[in-house]
Design a protein around this ligand. Structure first.
Ligand SMILES: Nc1ncnc2c1ncn2[C@@H]1O[C@H](COP(=O)(O)OP(=O)(O)OP(=O)(O)O)[C@@H](O)[C@H]1O
Ligand SMILES: [Mg+2]
Length: 232
C-alpha cells in the first residue's frame, strides 16, 4: 500500500533523511518506528504526510505518487496523522470537535470510534479540560475520522505512564484491526513497540538500519549498538 523509495530530506547541511526505503502492506497493521533522538523519525513522518519537502525520492500509496501532493489532498485520499494538540478549537467539547471534523470528512461511524477509544465519559466535556491521557485518545480519534487507510502517529504515548502507554497501544491495535486501517507509530517505549507492532523500522542518522519483525529488530546488532544497548 505504502512505498517509499530513496527518500531524502535535508535541513541546510543536515541530512535528516538519507535514502530511506520502506514498504508497508495494507490491512490493519501497526508499524513501529524507533531510533535515538535526532535519528529522523519525525522527519520521516513529516515527509510521508507532506509536511516536509523531500530533496529526492518518492512516496507512493496504492501506486499513486504523493510526493508533491499537499497535506489536505493526502488527508482526503486516505492518509492522516495525529494532531499535535487536541484543543485545535478552544472552547469546544470533545463531541463538538469530533463532529466538526466528521462532518467535513463524511464520517458515518463516529460512535464506533468514540466507543472503541473509551471516550464516552469525556464526550460532553471541554476538550481542553480533560486529562492528558484522554486528550491523546482524542488525537487518535481525530486521525481516524473519514476512514483513512493509513494513520501516522508521532509519539502518541509521550508523557503517559507505562500502564497508560500499554492501554493506548491496546486501543490502537484493536481499532486498527477492526477498521482495517494501518498505522505508522513513532515510539520510544520499546517494550510497547515490540509487543504491539507487527513490523518495526529502526532509524539512525537518517538511515534505515533494519526493517523487520520485533524478533528480527531486537536481535539486530546495529540496532543494539545504536539504540537498544543493554536494554535489549
Ligand atoms: N526544522 C528543522 N530545521 C533544521 N534541522 C532540523 C529540523 N527538523 C529536524 N532537524 C534535524 O534533523 C535531524 C532529524 O530530526 P528529527 O526531529 O526527525 O529526529 P527524531 O528522530 O524525530 O528525534 P526525537 O526522538 O528527538 O524526536 C536532527 O539532526 C534535527 O536536528
Ligand atoms: Mg521526533
Amino acid at each position: 500500500m505504502l512505498e517509499i523509495k530513496n527518500l531524502c530530506v535535508s535541513y541546510g547541511s543536515v541530512r535528516a533523511l538519507d535514502e530511506v526505503n520502506l514498504r508497508m502492506a495494507a490491512g490493519g497493521l501497526l508499524h513501529g518506528i524507533i531510533g535515538p533522538n535526532g535519528a529522523g523519525k519525525s522527519t520521516l513522518m513529516d515527509a510521508i504526510t507532506g509536511c516536509a519537502r523531500p530533496t529526492r525520492g518518492t512516496v507512493r500509496m496504492n501506486g499513486v505518487d504523493l510526493t508533491r501532493r499537499p497535506v489536505a489532498w493526502r488527508r482526503r485520499h486516505g492518509m492522516s496523522r495525529s494532531f499535535q494538540r487536541t484543543s485545535i478549537f478552544p472552547g469546544l467539547t470533545v463531541r463538538e470537535q469530533l463532529e466538526l471534523v466528521a462532518s467535513q470528512l463524511g464520517e458515518r461511524d463516529l460512535r464506533g470510534i468514540v466507543l472503541a477509544l473509551d471516550l464516552g465519559a469525556v464526550y460532553e466535556r471541554q476538550a481542553d479540560s480533560i486529562a492528558y491521557g484522554d486528550q491523546r485518545r482524542v488525537d487518535i480519534a481525530l486521525a481516524l475520522i473519514g476512514h483513512p487507510q493509513l494513520i501516522l502517529l508521532d509519539e502518541p504515548a509521550a508523557g503517559l505512564s507505562t500502564a497508560e502507554t500499554v492501554s493506548l497501544f491496546d486501543h490502537l491495535s484493536t481499532l486498527t484491526a477492526q477498521r482495517g486501517v494501518s498505522a505508522i507509530v513513532v515510539e520510544h517505549d520499546v517494550d510497547a513497540v515490540f509487543r504491539f507492532c507487527a513490523q518495526i523500522t529502526a532509524l539512525d542518522l537518517g538511515r534505515v538500519l533494519v526493517t523487520g519483525t520485533p524478533a528480527e529488530v531486537r536481535a539486530d546488532a546495529r540496532v543494539i549498538a545504536a539504540y537498544l544497548g543493554s536494554a535489549a
